[in-house]
Ligand binder design. Structure first.
Ligand code: GLU
Length: 303
């Protein structure tokens, strides 16, 4: 059971995947979300997105907590682990399956890449729908035979079920809570195509687990990087399909290195753990990040 808080609170969250060390951009994002919650008398929560069994590592979970504490980021309530929430993902998948909105997909990455017709969406190649066309008896036979498969959302059907949808985008930096700060954006989940909701190698995809968990944790304001802007369209659709509330979204610019490329966990030089090991004063670093002063070579990506 996830601890729930009274809905009148503002609730924000930080939701790292334990696949590497946190870098300065993660620290900045967590501070933004925490500060917004605290400035509005709300709560800030931490969720570990650890259902990617092939890439998630327990040592990174410990590292995340240590690095955030070092930087002065403290969270309210218990830490939420996605790996402990699998029954909820299953239940949602079952519900969508009953609504006739999911189909098993047996394609490999290579199959999809090889498909000449695969158009590109905001998150890479859009699935060409090969398995959507399989006759039901064939689907059932292959699933029953244990052939590895993902579950995809039939996007066109899903959109036909919900009709037009909107979500509220708050400006960056997030100003306050007064109505009218943000603007309504029409959801365009169709550009993502038939997204995967349960992976072959993981019990749920990021889209499904994130949407369900934000709702279960009572998150009212999602502050996260611009790289997830396109995902928000899909999350809005899932909220409508699963009767979940829609938070306000604020997408912040990403931090880029001297080469103009966005910071990534592989760039060890700007990992929070390394700055700590070098003797950086965390209070000074946090104050600098809050003031938009980033370590040498790091800047905000241009819009
Ligand atoms: N776990 C995702 C990541 O580390 C972030 C998810 C989110 O903020 O919605 O990129």
């Amino acid at each position: 059971m996830i601890q729930s808080f009274s809905p009148q609170h503002v609730v924000t969250r930080f939701a790292p995947s334990p696949t590497g060390k946190l870098h300065v951009g993660h620290g900045w994002s967590a501070l933004l979300a925490m500060d917004f919650a605290r400035a509005n008398g709300g709560l800030f929560r931490l969720r570990i997105e650890d259902i990617d069994g092939t890439r998630s590592r327990p040592e990174h979970v410990a590292g995340i907590a240590e690095d955030l504490n070092w930087l002065g980021v403290t969270w309210d309530g218990e830490l939420v682990f996605q790996s402990e929430r699998l029954v909820h993902y299953d239940a949602a998948l079952e519900r969508l399956r009953h609504m006739g909105l999911l189909y098993p997909c047996f394609c490999t990455r290579a199959d999809i890449a090889a498909s000449a017709s695969a158009p590109h969406g905001p998150e890479g190649p859009v699935y060409p729908g090969t398995c959507r066309a399989l006759p039901s008896p064939e689907r059932e036979r292959r699933v029953a035979a244990g052939e590895p498969h993902a579950w995809r959302l039939d996007m066109a059907k899903a959109i036909a079920t919900t009709g037009e949808l909107h979500w509220e985008s708050a400006p960056f930096p997030p100003l306050g809570l007064s109505a009218g700060d943000g603007w309504m954006i029409e959801a365009e989940p169709q550009t993502a195509g038939d997204v995967v909701l349960a992976r072959k190698d993981a019990p749920a995809s990021y889209h499904l687990s994130c949407t369900l968990d934000d709702a279960a944790m009572g998150v009212t304001h999602v502050l996260r990087g611009d790289d997830l802007f396109a995902a928000t369209h899909v999350h809005r659709l899932l909220q409508a399909l699963l009767d979940l509330p829609t938070p306000v979204y604020c997408h912040h610019p990403l931090l880029v290195g001297a080469d103009g490329r966005r910071l990534a966990k592989r760039d060890g030089s700007i990992a929070l753990a390394d700055l700590r090991a070098q003797g950086t004063d965390p209070a000074v670093l946090a104050a600098d990040l809050r003031g938009g002063r980033f370590p040498v070579g790091i800047s905000l990506a241009r819009a």
